[in-house]
Write a protein that binds this ligand. Structure first.
Ligand code: CA
Length: 406
């Protein structure tokens, strides 16, 4: 191996995720994470080893690189895997090609033109339905027929590490008919994964479930921050607005669909039967362990949730097929959130709303304090990895701190 990769690293030879990084001496450019290092792709390009226009590796986002198409991006990944494992390859004895991750700053990996958030975990949708509507009819009648979603705000999607201020807005106090204005008292995280499309479609075109994987470049961890008190007052009749668009964080490394291929598993049975355009063949869910930790200011991290991406009721192929069935066009770099990923167990719920059950079951932190929602100074960190037969492919983390309202 050209560079040491620690055992249990998320960024093993089986992964090779793409991102955008900068160093003190050089502006943002493309790289891949390898163990604790970044292989500088713009520097590799200077060795004249790629047969495409390598200007795309010196851009501030990966959109142009991804636009080259899977045939090329897959080949780049395969070459890097081969070079790293061959002690006599073109990467040998060139330490300048590798940057320590601790010496680099990560940036948004893509320019996100459009962002859609789904609501595809049956456990999450059922929990929320029980709390806010009718425990006997927690799922609305459309839920098992449509991968429910809404169009979100792309401008406030930011990369891991960027702190965010507690949002202010209108809320309705209990037993009151008059709203008040002020900082949200119920800031929450949502544990999600996001996929990024790597191919455009034309207005009017649709993507079938069997074509969907050609259009998905890769996945990231996604924290869809939510202000529950603002959400409760504003969401009828058109859905979430300011409760959701103050910030959402993504992890900086895009793990390709190819790297996740070995971790495919069957999804839950879909009953009643879905309409023909939502049917699919093969396995379309992914076994990816997920966890969330909360670190209060000056204290240690407390893990509050263990979940798994395989719990999703609707898979990404169905989400993309549904999204485009009416002819809605998609672009390279668009982001699609899975919706909060909850499992059946109480410790697998993907939001504080569910974990602390609307504040009725506060969670204990390591410093002795309790949490119903997220406090100022808290850092929320999500991690995710897949592992099978000694192969580990991980996402690193998406982590961000909540600052007091501005
Ligand atoms: Ca969400």
């Amino acid at each position: 191996m050209i560079i040491h990769i620690p055992e249990n690293s998320d960024f093993s030879i089986h992964n090779i995720p793409f991102g955008i990084f900068s160093t003190q001496d050089r502006s943002p450019r493309a790289g891949v994470a390898v163990g604790e290092h970044i292989l500088d792709l713009a520097a590799v390009a200077e060795l004249d080893v790629f047969d495409f226009n390598t200007a795309v590796l010196e851009k501030e986002t990966l959109n142009d690189f991804i636009s080259l198409g899977k045939e090329i991006t897959k080949k780049v990944r395969r070459h890097i895997q081969a070079w790293l494992q061959d002690d006599n390859s073109i990467l040998a004895n060139k330490p300048q090609l590798f940057v320590k991750q601790s010496d680099a700053q990560m940036h948004m990996p893509v320019y996100v033109g459009d962002y859609t958030d789904f609501y595809s975990s049956i456990e999450h949708a059922t929990n929320v339905g029980k709390m806010f509507r009718d425990p006997e009819n927690a799922l609305l009648p459309n839920w098992k027929h449509i991968p429910v979603g809404y169009h979100g705000r792309a401008s406030s999607i930011v990369v891991s590490g960027e702190a965010v201020h507690r949002p202010k807005g209108q809320t309705i106090p209990p037993d009151s008919k008059q709203p008040i204005f002020g900082p949200s008292q119920r800031v929450d995280f949502e544990l999600e994964m996001g996929f990024i499309t790597g191919k455009d479609t034309k207005l009017g075109d649709s993507i079938s479930t069997s074509e969907a994987e050609d259009y998905i470049f890769g996945l990231v961890l996604f924290n869809d921050w939510s202000a529950r008190d603002i959400q409760k007052w504003e969401y009828v009749p058109l859905g979430p607005f300011l409760a959701k668009n103050f910030a959402s964080h993504i992890s900086p490394w895009i793990v390709t669909l190819e790297a996740l291929e070995p971790f495919k598993v069957s999804g839950p049975e879909q009953e009643p039967e879905v309409l023909p355009y939502l049917k699919y063949e093969g396995t379309k869910n992914y076994d990816i362990h997920l966890e969330v930790g909360i670190t209060p200011e000056g204290s240690e991290e407390q893990t509050v949730c263990h979940s798994n991406f395989k719990y999703m009721y609707w898979n990404m192929a169905q989400q993309l097929a549904h999204h485009t069935v009416n002819g809605c066009n998609i672009n390279v770099g668009d982001l699609y959130g899975s919706g909060t990923i909850s499992g059946k167990d109480e410790n697998s719920y993907g939001s504080m709303l569910e974990l602390a059950w609307m504040g009725t079951k506060p969670l204990k932190m390591k410093d002795g304090s309790e949490r119903k929602f997220i406090n100022d100074g808290d850092t929320v960190t999500m991690r995710g990895f897949a592992e099978k037969e000694g192969k580990r492919v991980g996402f690193g983390e998406v982590s961000a701190k909540i600052l007091p309202a501005k």
